[in-house]
Design a protein around this ligand. Structure first.
Ligand code: FES
Length: 234
């Protein structure tokens, strides 16, 4: 089964998908401030990001991936709800044209996430071309595991598939003068506890003892195609 192949390696710990396991907190959570930098360590310029392109960094923990996207249009604030009904106000995009957004790349269905070897979840420009999974719209984050679809221009609200809550938002600050970006916290349905429980052994091998360490001061942004050897498109 797909999810098994995705999450199995290295003896992933089974997670009990009880409602208690999904109890989430929709309030903003401040973590350490992390300046977003390129692979040379220089601050990335918001205006230099390519529109509708998958960028990845890690936040708030060393092992938790985040999509950074210029969605190519203004992303207005949106009122959203977690799986257990907690409302929250996503503040919308930042930076030039309010087009820049960031969301946890951990699928809210069964926690599939991009690794260096494989990624089943990514932003897809245009409609998803798959007759078995008609797209719920254009320009979506699509998870090929079970075909959940999220709208990154609307706070990653769920548009299709089995996911029951939006992707957790990562809050960004844009310094208009320097054109730099800083991650400051999260908002919405965090699933990090479940993620670290499910993938404990796998993350130990992939990331090592720093996996659950809070990202300090800066985080490196890469295009998904540079981070992951096999970004799957379904
Ligand atoms: S893990 Fe099931 S849709 Fe993403």
């Amino acid at each position: 089964m797909f999810v098994e192949s995705c999450s199995a390696g290295a003896g992933a710990v089974a997670l009990a998908w009880s409602s208690a396991a999904w109890a989430v907190d929709a309030r903003p959570r401040a973590y350490g401030r992390a300046l977003l930098v390129d692979e040379l360590g220089d601050p990335i310029k918001a205006g230099a990001l390519k529109p509708q392109t998958n960028y990845l960094f890690h936040y708030p923990f060393e092992a938790t991936p985040v999509f950074l996207l210029d969605v190519g249009k203004p992303a207005p604030p949106a009122t959203l709800r977690t799986r257990d009904g907690k409302p929250y106000q996503w503040p919308g995009g930042v930076g030039p044209g309010r087009r820049l957004v960031a969301f946890s790349a951990i699928c809210a269905h069964k926690l599939v996430y991009p690794t260096r070897e494989l990624s089943f979840i990514s932003f897809r420009k245009g409609a998803v071309v798959n007759p078995k999974t008609p797209s719920a719209g254009q320009d979506l984050i699509h998870c090929c595991a079970d075909h959940s679809q999220y709208d990154p221009a609307r706070g990653a609200q769920v548009l299709g598939g089995p996911a029951e809550q939006p992707l957790c938002a990562v809050l960004l600050e844009h310094d208009a003068r320097a054109d730099t970006l800083t991650a400051t916290g999260t908002l919405g349905g965090e699933l990090f506890d479940q993620f670290f429980q499910k993938y404990a052994l796998k993350l130990e091998l992939e990331v090592g003892p720093k996996a659950r360490q809070v990202v300090a001061q800066r985080s490196t942004v890469r295009e998904l195609d540079r981070f992951c050897r096999n970004p799957v498109r379904c």
